[in-house]
Design a protein around this ligand. Structure first.
Ligand code: URA
Length: 442
């Protein structure tokens, strides 16, 4: 077998055999296939697609390129959640305590942010003392005492995906349903999950720009799940504006605390309680027999009555984080307001480009342009007006923050302010209300 023939087959839209896909992934991981041949095959897949069988084989080979976590010590079915990426997406820190409150033990492997979307590990690390590097030998101890843990992904989790993703990033081959589906599902299979709820984001701030594309990606991941023996539920959510109101690490964790204190933004609470309800439905918890609406109602109550906050603080303290006597976490740095942007006219907000807001917060230091960038935990943006809100000229539409302890770079601040300002669109006509939950596929 040789790589040239494999590339040529895909170039002419022929199906690859399981052996050819295995040959490709083995060669990528052991360094025998040069980047130019890998990139050529990736581009042929982007252009000519893959069948369900090819996609499943690719996913399983990628998952098996490293260690597969054994989560049998959890004592319950291993449930996981994943988002295809968003701006202001602070669902995981809210979902973990909510789901744990149903007695569902959970190990969450999460990544750091790169590009315009944030990373959950960075958000947790904005809390003073919080340790997001838990050794696998200590998983059981954390589960026994807290019922949940969150840790950064181990280097040996689907290493084929790490290599392919880095190449896709620089060869314009990210945007492909078989490649996105296999990338996500290989990591989830390797994480040891037996059921997965996927938040498939859709809109300007997401990989999938339209509901049709989001449904197609969902269909692909469900089909891989079926063939790999995993329950997959895809919740398609709108990402046509940032989720909730804050973007930036400490700012987002402050918003998480507000939601857990019963004061969450409507869109964020709707997404979180819907995802939590489908996670409970896929579990073996007693409440899995209830309807999604009934579970959502319980989740809303637990956000209001302090139950979810109690579980959250257990997680924070259990992983070394500091918590004030008020119940709020202690952060490494706090946001300091540097600029207020105002509406240029009277009317309604009709769009807030989430990707531009995400890029603006990266300019401020809330995210990384390259892996080695240092974060400013306190930096970010708070969105004061959302789509459909009425504004008068001069009203605050968003506020820009830097960390109290951080230096501000004036050029980057100016760039961030321009991006954030240009992200907003206005009209004299009120836009039609759009649902945040677009569809659920399983
Ligand atoms: N998220 C992933 O993990 N992989 C992709 O290819 C896209 C989004």
């Amino acid at each position: 077998m040789n790589m040239r023939d494999v590339i040529s087959k895909k170039r002419y839209s022929q199906e690859l055999t399981d052996e050819e896909i295995k040959f490709f992934i083995d060669g990528v991981v052991n360094g025998e296939i040069p980047d130019y041949q890998t990139s050529a095959l990736l581009m042929a897949i982007v252009l000519n697609g893959m069948s369900d069988r090819e996609m499943t084989t690719l996913t399983l080979e990628m998952a098996n390129s490293g260690e597969i976590n054994d989560l049998s010590f959890l004592g319950c079915k291993a449930i996981d959640k994943h988002s295809t990426g968003g701006v202001g997406d602070k669902c995981t820190p809210l979902l973990m305590p909510l789901v744990a409150s149903f007695g569902i033990n959970m190990v969450k492997l999460s990544g750091r942010g790169l590009g315009f979307t944030g990373g959950t590990v960075d958000k947790f690390e904005s809390i003073e003392g919080f340790n997001c590097t838990i050794d696998a030998k200590d998983f059981k101890k954390h589960i026994e005492s807290n019922g949940m843990l969150i840790t950064g992904q181990t280097p040996n989790l689907a290493p084929a995906d790490k290599i392919l993703y880095a190449l896709r990033d620089v060869t314009s081959t990210i945007d492909s349903i078989p490649l996105i589906a296999s990338s996500i599902m290989s990591k989830k299979i390797a994480s040891g999950a037996k059921a997965i709820v996927l938040d498939v984001t859709c809109g300007e701030g997401a990989f999938m720009k339209t509901p049709e594309a989001a449904r197609e990606l969902s269909k692909a991941m469900i089909s891989i799940g079926k063939l790999a023996g995993l329950d997959v539920t895809c919740v398609i959510t709108a990402m046509n504006q940032p989720l909730g109101k804050n973007i930036g690490n400490t700012l987002e964790m402050m918003e998480v605390f507000e939601v857990l204190s019963g004061n969450g933004a409507e869109d964020l609470v709707e997404v979180v309680t819907t995802l939590a309800a489908y996670m409970v439905k896929s579990s073996e918890a007693e409440e899995s027999k209830l309807s999604v609406e009934e579970i959502k109602k319980i989740c809303c109550e637990r956000l209001k009555n302090g139950t979810a906050l109690e579980y959250y603080n257990k997680l924070i303290i259990g992983q070394g984080g500091y918590v004030h006597s008020t119940g709020s976490p202690v952060y490494k740095d706090y946001p300091e307001q540097v600029l207020t942007l105002t509406a240029p006219c009277d009317g309604y907000v009709t769009a807030i480009n989430a990707q531009m807001i995400g890029n603006a917060s990266v300019e401020l230091g809330a995210g990384r342009l390259v892996k080695t960038d240092e974060l400013d935990f306190g930096a970010g943006i708070s969105v004061h007006k959302k789509i459909g809100d009425k504004v008068s000229r001069g009203d605050t539409i968003c506020v820009i923050y830097k960390g109290k302890m951080a230096e501000i770079n004036e050029d980057r601040l100016e760039k961030a302010a321009d991006l954030a300002y240009d992200a907003f669109e206005f009209s004299t006509e009120k836009p039609a209300h759009e649902q945040i939950i677009i569809d659920v596929c399983c």
